[in-house]
Write a protein that binds this ligand. Sequence first.
Ligand code: PLP
Length: 609
Amino acid sequence: EVTQKSGRAVSTDAASVIAPSFDTPIIGWKGRWANTLRLWSAQPLHGFDLARFNRGEYAAAAEPEALARTISRVLYPDDTTGQGKELRLKQEYFFTAASLRDILRRFEAEGGALADLPKKAAIQLNDTHPAIAGPELVRLLHDERGMALDEAIATARGCLSYTNHTLMPEALERWSEDLMSQLLPRHMQLIERIDEAHAAEMPGRRVTLRENGEVKMGEIAFTMAHKVNGVSALHTDLMKETVFADLHRLHPDRIVNETNGVTPRRWLLSANPRLSRLITETIGEGWVDDLEQLDRLEASISDPGFLDAYAKAKRENKQDFAEWLAAEQGVRVDPEALFDVQIKRIHEYKRQHLNILETVALWREIKANPGAGWVPRVKIFAGKAAPGYVFAKEIIHLINDVAEVLNADPVTSPYLKVLFLPNYNVSLAERLIPAADLSEQISTAGKEASGTGNMKFALNGAPTIGTLDGANVEIRDRVGARNFFLFGMTAQEVEARRAVPDHARQAIQADPRLGGALKAISQGAFSPSDKHRYRGVVANLTGQDYFLVCSDFTAYWDAQRRAEAAFADPAVWHRGAACNTARAGWFSSDRTIRGYMTDIWGTVPLAAE
Ligand SMILES: *Cc1c(COP(=O)(O)O)cnc(C)c1O
């Protein structure tokens, strides 16, 4: 409950927990700097209740402690249930509140004036998960420190900026006003005040922070940030046109683009020592902290000696991976085969099901004509699904079922194998990416904000098969259209196609390979013990098919055949792969961070010694 005490709002019956910090030093390149990664754990204010325990109430004695620790026990708890939603909001508030108090505590220890906070603190909201930081910082400044409300809002906005990571409506968090009012009643009041202040700044052009009984965290983050950024050129443009169109009209200078990057120290130097050695032998070691120097490889791309060495590094990486696979997973693959890799979170918009449909269609084609000179291929999948995402788990199940049937097929398995590797994580990515030949980046155009996997593969010399989505667009612009297997509808074409009634049925009728693959799945070819296992998946694809898997299938099939033909000619292939490495230098996270510094935080680099 919120009450007024000497003119200030205070929460009276709030639950309290302690947030001890856990610090990990993050050592910078060559050990010149170390940053602190500070994590928080939720712990009970009062330990366990000995008096209750002695009365025999064992569970009750332990309960307050267990409830407090639940807040930080699991990151991103499943929020498909009511309890899950409540826990998730508590967790978001807990981490945000602990971080903001810590920032203010350290600022105040140095004795600065509160109005100068924005000069010292740049707080980057990573998606909407910490969006409650806006109202919370206003509360800390206004309620707890007595700053006037308008000044508190302006000061908070001076510190805060917001990175949007997706345009998918379900990922722009909305919390029910009921839940918010119950857990964070003062924040609900402040959200209304922020809304009013914002409306007063922009008379007659009101954007509300609440709608249909829900609080819109994306809009709150936008309103409380001095800069809002997208993570690729396409995503930033779409952000201006779609989710934040109204807010962008009100604040035309607020949205900026910072295309993502990846760190070359992890994703090339450490993950791929063979290629790193070759690069350093060819252009010196400056590329490690100035990745755009990779463009100096351009002169070597037509040098057969260099291309041989480049091909040798890839071949040895593939051999290493094949040995690891045999030892760890008991699976044998031919290192000469095309390693075709799709590793990323499992999501319908990323379209692992497009890939597995093409795999099934290819299998049927090879079976019908085994002597047609097929290029041996290993399809490698890995990725985790969110705990509550049932459809994504069905896709994982389907890939595993298809793998079981195809890998046991004596006619086709010399040409086509399918692997689903469990427990996808950074360590597996570091092992797999240097060994990849082909990078699958096949999301429905307009849905992948940026992607960073696409950059890791390009850097390691695996050309992309992909759509004009996210940073794929910028990768293709840089590596060259010849070195990128483009297919599929553009974001605009996707919108138009979705409006065609029956688009999936039309696409299926037009391509018997697609129809045949869907039929095999629906008839239980890969789930003989449970013939209807994929009824839901097939119904989705033949029905609404929101992510337009069917409508992009034929173009994807054709692009795969182009990739295959290029792979069959090693001279062509390695040249294309080397062009990817030589031209991907712009995708360094060093470039991205410099962008945040100059465009958003207003900071300058400290001179290196
Ligand atoms: C890079 C990376 C991602 C992001 O991959 P996308 O293809 O961009 O979705 C996800 N998980 C891990 C472990 C990664 O290394």
